[in-house]
Unconditional design. Sequence first.
Length: 443
Amino acid sequence: MQQMSLFNMDSEQPLAARLRPETLDEFVGQQNLVGPGKILRRLIESDNISSMIFYGPPGVGKTTLAQIIAKRTRSEFINFSAVTSGIKEIRTVMQQAEQNRIYGERTIVFIDEIHRFNKAQQDAFLPFVEKGSITLIGATTENPSFEVNGALLSRCRVFVLHELTKEDIMSLLKRALTDPRGFGGKDIVIDDELLEMIAVFSNGDARSALSTLEMVVLNGDTEETGAGERTTVTRDTLEQCISKKSLLYDKKGEEHYNLISALHKSMRNSDPDAAVYWLARMLEAGEDPLYVARRVVRFASEDVGLADPQALVQAVAAYQACHFIGMPECSVNLTQAVIYMSVAPKSNALDAAYIAARGDALTMLAEPVPLVIRNGVTKLMREMDYGKGYQYAHDTEEKLTNMQCMPDNLIGREYYTPAGMGREKDFKERLEYIKKWKRDHSS
């Protein structure tokens, strides 16, 4: 009876769970880590696992790798959830692991979503990792440099897992149609073009791709044939299931760059309506909101700059909001930033200043730093006149000095030319005053 119950439970699992790889040979993607002869594969096959962190976006195989390790290891394997476990549960597991160590048995503890543990909870693992009571394997979608205790992180090897390629997802979808654990043995008709659309829509997430495939198959057109039942998946079925229709596009192809260009140029042309439309086109097509947010941050300095210094603040805040809450909630945060950029006064003076300075920096690489602004931190440096004659601006009434900061061969060069729009008008007036004061007080 128990075996029948387990069998029924497995058959009712989602497609992604039924098709979860059981061996490295079935594992899709991350060939730089688990391909023949690669480091992680060697560690797993030799059962020589050390504490490690798997870092990468959802659906790329972090938990799957842990389960493959669980099947191969000669250690006791404990699956630990950061969502449901507290300090009490951690201590109980650690005490058991310590007993195992005393009796010569290794314990591997897998923590899914380790970034959800707070510092105190993560600290509870540290002494047991240090003395070898446990081998810790953590999985996280967040950058472990910021989300994992530094002391714990220093004792773990970080393996970065990347989103799966379209080709990886395509192979996975085709296997799902033939594997007995998936739709193998069933008559499913679906064009490669539709599989490719699913692969693009999944954004490198195997679980999302398989869930979408399962949804479209279950909602496909079914008919009886002489050989049994046939299910046909049409483009209309796919579009209804994912609600994206013609918005789907290859995020690494030409249309990707066309749309981000359209967004950028609409903001530059102070057209908020067009900008929001192109933003929606990208987000609804599955574009990574953090990619869009990074482009808006660049725009804030490249095209608005000091004409409105708050533009950069708005852009960075929008990026942080996208990082915190993700799609679809962060769409309104990006909309706020995009409209702000569109209606803000424009200036490309910062970008032009850097480009001009970069030209001199690349062609005049050996210009010495003037002695007066060198830091004379040793006796020998001071004897060589490092810092001699330095003028501390805060000691003056005007908070200005006529001290030379440019190399001799670049005296007189001007890179920053304020456009005079918005707040930059104030910066322009201030800069003109500074230059006049320095001319009046030149020796």
